[in-house]
Unconditional design. Structure first.
Length: 336
C-alpha cells in the first residue's frame, strides 16, 4: 500500500560530509572531488533506476552536469562548517510502476524546486525490501544559493523557512493523491500525523537488528534460567519475584548476553570503516581508508594497532565479566 514519507536534512561539512560523496552514493556513480582530490566511487550500488540534474532556465551548462555542479557548490563554500546542500527524501507509491514513479517525482521536483530557482539532483531508487516487496523512493539534493548565467550567488535564506518545508510536505501528499486518482488507484496518503488525523495509534518503536538480536537472546536466556533448580528454590523460600529475577536470574543468564555484546562491539569497529567512508564522516575508519589510498603506511599501521588494542581490551573486559558473573569460571581456570 502507499505510505507517506517525506524528510529533509542539510548535508554540511560540520559532520565531515562531502557534496560529491553524497551525490555519488545517491546516483550510484563515480565522481571526482576537487577539494579532497579523490574519487568517490559507488558505481557498483544497485537499485538506482533514474538519475538526473534538473536546473532552471539560464543556468550555465556546466552546472547541469553532476560532477561539475557539486564541485562548484564545494568551491563556493569557504567555511569549514559550511552547509552544502539540502536533501529531500520521499517515498513513492508501490502501486505505480517504475516509469510512473519517475514521472511523479520529476513533476514534483520541477514544480516545487526548479521553478523556485533551485538546481535539483534527482535520483530515484527502486530497492527491494526484506519482504520481497519494492521500496521505491527518491533522493533530491538541492542547491542552497541563488544561481544565474554567471554561476552561484548569495545563499537564499527564504529556502530555509519552516513554513516552506511544511508547504512541501503537504504539497507532496496532494501531488501523489492527484496522480493516484488520475491513474484509477484507490490508495491515498496523508501528510498529517496520526494525532492530527484523529487516529489513536502510537508510532512503532524501531530498535534495529542488533538490538533486536540482543533482546531475543536476553529473553531466551532469562527464560531458561528461570527454570533452573536454584531459581525454583528461591521461589520456594518465599522471595519476591522481582528479587528472584534481579538477584538470581539476570546475573546467571548474562554470560551469553555479555558474549554477544563483545562480538557486536567488534563488528562496530569494522563497520566504522564502511560507514564513515560511505557517508564521509570523520573518524578512524575513514582515516584508515584515506591512508590506504594515499599509501600512508605509518598511519595505516597506527590505525590497525588502535583497532587491535581496542578489540583486545573489549575481550579482556568480557573475560573479566565472566568471572564476576559466574565464579565457577574462576575456579575452573584456577584448576586448569
Amino acid at each position: 500500500m502507499a505510505i507517506y514519507h517525506f524528510s529533509a536534512k542539510v548535508i554540511g561539512r560540520a559532520n565531515g560530509s562531502s557534496a560529491l560523496a553524497s551525490a555519488a552514493y545517491r546516483s550510484a556513480s563515480r565522481l571526482y572531488d576537487q577539494r579532497l582530490d579523490r574519487h568517490h566511487d559507488f558505481s557498483n550500488k544497485s537499485g538506482v533506476i533514474h538519475s538526473e540534474v534538473m536546473a532552471p532556465a539560464g543556468v550555465p551548462e556546466q552546472l547541469r552536469e553532476r560532477e561539475s555542479l557539486w564541485n562548484a557548490v564545494e568551491a563556493a563554500e569557504k567555511r569549514k562548517d559550511a552547509q552544502l546542500t539540502r536533501e529531500i527524501e520521499f517515498a513513492l507509491p508501490r502501486e505505480l510502476d517504475q516509469s510512473q514513479g519517475i514521472d511523479l517525482a520529476r513533476d514534483f521536483v520541477e514544480r516545487e524546486f526548479v521553478a523556485r530557482g533551485i538546481i535539483a539532483d534527482l535520483n530515484v531508487h527502486w530497492d527491494v525490501g526484506a519482504d520481497g516487496m519494492p521500496k521505491p523512493h527518491a533522493h533530491v539534493m538541492l542547491t542552497m544559493r541563488a544561481v544565474d548565467e554567471n554561476g552561484f550567488g548569495a545563499k537564499v535564506r527564504a529556502w530555509n523557512r519552516t513554513d516552506l518545508l511544511e508547504h512541501w510536505r503537504a504539497a507532496w501528499g496532494v501531488h501523489v493523491n492527484e496522480r493516484l486518482a488520475e491513474l484509477g488507484v484507490a490508495a491515498r496518503i496523508d501528510h498529517r500525523s496520526l494525532e492530527e488525523q484523529g487516529i489513536a495509534l502510537e508510532p512503532q518503536h524501531k530498535i534495529g537488528p542488533a538490538a533486536a538480536r540482543m533482546a531475543r537472546l536476553t529473553r531466551s536466556s532469562v527464560l531458561d534460567t528461570l527454570n533452573e533448580e536454584f531459581v525454583l528454590t528461591a521461589r520456594a523460600k518465599g522471595l519476591a519475584e522481582r528479587v528472584v529475577i534481579a538477584k538470581h536470574a539476570l546475573k546467571n543468564s548474562a554470560i551469553p548476553i555479555v558474549t554477544l555484546a563483545g562480538l557486536d562491539t567488534g563488528q562496530l569497529l569494522g563497520g566504522a570503516v564502511i560507514t564513515e567512508t560511505i557517508f564521509a564522516w570523520p573518524g578512524l575508519g575513514r582515516l584508515t581508508v584515506q591512508a590506504l589510498l594515499n599509501r600512508d603506511f605509518p598511519v595505516v599501521l597506527a590505525a590497525v594497532f588502535i583497532f587491535s588494542v581496542t578489540y583486545t581490551l573489549i575481550n579482556l573486559v568480557v573475560d573479566l565479566l565472566y568471572g564476576w558473573l559466574d565464579p565457577r569460571t574462576r575456579s575452573r581456570a584456577a584448576g586448569a
